[in-house]
Design a protein. Structure first.
Length: 79
């Protein structure tokens, strides 16, 4: 288990089996997941001052993470 907040298992509890199935069967969905994980890790590193960034960059990263989460949720709703 990761200590990084906002992991997909936290954001979509009870849906990890479905997420896994879509990940292995749909390349676009797999890219969304990969990008979400990458951005989430960057947000976490910025928030914990492991890799500090300017405030506006951090805000933009959070917004990007939210858009990706919305895209994943929409994908799950229609699949």
């Amino acid at each position: 288990m990761s200590n990084t907040p906002h992991t997909l298992s936290e954001e979509f509890p009870g849906q990890m089996d479905r997420i896994y199935q879509l990940k292995i069967s749909d390349a676009h969905f797999a890219r969304l997941l990969s990008e979400y994980d990458e951005v989430n890790d960057r947000v976490h590193r910025a928030e914990s001052n492991i890799e500090p960034v300017e405030q506006l960059v951090e805000v933009d990263l959070r917004k990007r993470r939210l858009r990706l989460k919305d895209d994943i949720a929409a994908y799950l709703a229609r699949s």
